[in-house]
Design a protein around this ligand. Structure first.
Ligand SMILES: Nc1ncnc2c1ncn2[C@@H]1O[C@H](COP(=O)(O)OP(=O)(O)OP(=O)(O)O)[C@@H](O)[C@H]1O
Ligand SMILES: [Mg+2]
Length: 484
């Protein structure tokens, strides 16, 4: 009876005491001391192995693994539990970053195993990280754990990297190295700013994302890990802006190759070999270069640059982008699949694009003048997004005035786009390109230089333009083709 009474009173008392001890441990922070003792006890019953990652190797060169471990450890959430942590201001306002202090310990878990890292520094100031791992876990996880650190730190570096814009320069013969000069790449354009069919934007984004994840896929196929895009369309339709958007989406550096500063094919090879991985390599106005060829650089030099054996020696994970006004005159071999994987057409504005511009430049979703603008577009008038954007910026304080000036410009300049002025421009491009290609076959080219044939070419150009206008409109999704 006494025992029963004792346990009836004793158990609740014990529960209350344990609860109070727990409250005291947590409130006072003594729990961390208890945990430390418990860890020390557990350590007594395990055999550990230590791995040191020094900051510098024997030749006093930077140990890349140290840099990776540093990035990895400082990204762990358990850094907050370390006894001593440094706080720094980040790049963005209000951003605070945590950095492990020297001789501090940080724990990590991987595949069910607990490991510890010590951020060591000796009296002489040599720094290193020391990994403490149970011998029992070492064989099971060490290899994959180091691989994991590698992958995570690479991602972190990629995310925190400040992209650069590189431009090729002409240097003297003795100094063939260092052909690139760079500045921080701070172009504000993103996919969101570009007036373009939403579906197409999504397709490009997912194409880029699947490219990023495709390392194994490309190596299994024995292909160089690169992807090339052709952006073509009239001036001011957003091709260069799109390149900037691609680069900021990927957080890649941009190498903008000015072909007029490339002496010859071997010079181009040298330039390519000096690019780094994870970059967008851009050649603007390729059609203009192909038709004028101001330097000793050959067309095959440019083609080898895109798909030759040299490509495999240069840095991996590259996006190549070519821009041009029109691809009609270009030899199909230049643009064959594999050489250029994705073609994207940038047309002049249609009403949908105009509305997207009005929304981002003027904050207008609807306006009483919209039906009139739509009617003008339907009649075939058009301007480039750059022209419309400029009018909107100039009149941004008065949306109605902005729309009226767009209507006015469409009725004057825009009208000419669908009729002789544009036609002349395109026919001229067409003719000069045919001259360059020296194509003497086909229905257009019998007696290609006679005035009658020229008239026929102009007419043909006009017909092509009209049919293109219908088919191309702003339905760009069809223009996106992957590897075909
Ligand atoms: N589709 C678009 N959406 C939003 N803005 C655009 C668009 N197209 C052009 N712009 C604006 O027009 C200006 C010129 O565009 P961009 O230089 O990208 O055209 P481009 O096609 O490269 O012209 P070019 O062939 O002459 O080099 C940029 O400031 C850009 O903001
Ligand atoms: Mg451009």
């Amino acid at each position: 009876m006494g025992i029963l009474r004792n346990s009836v009173i004793g158990i609740p008392v014990l529960v209350v005491v344990l609860f109070l001890v727990r409250v005291v441990l947590f409130k006072t922070g003594l729990i961390y001391t208890v945990k430390k003792w418990r860890r020390k006890m557990v350590d007594w019953f395990h055999v550990y192995q230590f791995y040191k990652v020094p900051e510098f190797n024997d030749n006093l060169q930077e140990n890349q693994l140290y840099r990776r471990v540093y990035a990895y450890l400082n990204s762990l959430s358990s850094i907050e539990n370390s006894d001593y942590t440094n706080l720094f201001a980040g790049r963005k306002s209000n951003e605070i970053i945590l950095r492990l202090d020297r001789n501090q310990v940080i724990g990590d878990e991987f595949l069910g195993a607990r490991v510890c890292w010590i951020n060591g520094e000796d009296e002489e100031g040599s720094r290193s990280f020391v990994l403490k791992i149970r011998k029992a876990d070492k064989r099971r996880i060490l290899g994959s754990y180091l691989n994991h650190i590698h992958t995570v730190s690479e991602e972190i570096e990629q995310r925190s990297k400040e992209p650069k814009l590189f431009m090729n320069v002409v240097v003297s013969d003795e100094k063939k190295n260092g052909r690139w000069r760079s500045i921080p790449f701070t172009h504000p354009c993103t996919f969101e700013n570009i007036a373009m069919e939403a579906d197409l934007k999504e397709k490009v984004k997912s194409d880029l994302e699947s490219f990023l994840k495709g390392k194994q896929f490309y190596s299994r196929l024995g292909r160089v890990w690169k992807r090339s895009y052709l952006l073509y369309g009239p001036s001011g339709t957003g091709k260069s802006s799109f390149v900037a958007a691609m680069a900021s989406f990927l957080n890649y550096d941009v190498y903008d190759i000015d072909l007029s500063k490339v002496e010859d094919d071997s010079d181009l090879k040298m330039i390519l070999l000096q690019t780094t991985c994870r970059s967008v390599i851009v050649i603007e106005d390729l059609d203009r270069f192909l038709s004028s060829k101001p330097t000793a650089l050959s067309v095959s030099g440019v083609l080898n640059f895109t798909d030759g054996i040299l490509s495999s020696c240069a840095a991996d994970e590259r996006i190549m982008v070519f821009t041009m006004t029109s691809k009609e005159q270009i030899d199909p071999a230049v643009l064959r699949p594999g050489r250029v994987d994705v073609h994207i057409h940038f047309p002049l504005c249609d009403f949908a694009a105009f509305k997207a511009l009005a929304s981002s430049y003027l904050g207008l979703k609807e306006h009483k003048l919209f039906p009139q603008v739509e009617g003008i577009f339907r009649n075939g008038a058009s301007l480039s997004p750059a022209e419309i954007g400029e009018l909107m910026i100039a009149n941004r304080n008065s949306p109605s005035r902005a729309l009226k000036s767009v209507i006015n410009a469409l009725q004057t300049d825009g009208d000419r786009r669908g009729t002789p002025a544009t036609t002349r421009r395109l026919v001229h491009e067409r003719t000069s390109s045919e001259d360059y290609e020296g194509d003497t076959s086909g229905p257009l080219c019998g007696g290609g230089s006679s005035p009658a044939a020229k008239e026929f070419k102009k007419l043909y150009g006009l017909l092509r333009l009209k049919s293109n206008k219908k088919s191309q409109s702003f339905n760009l999704a069809r223009e996106l083709r992957n590897g075909s």
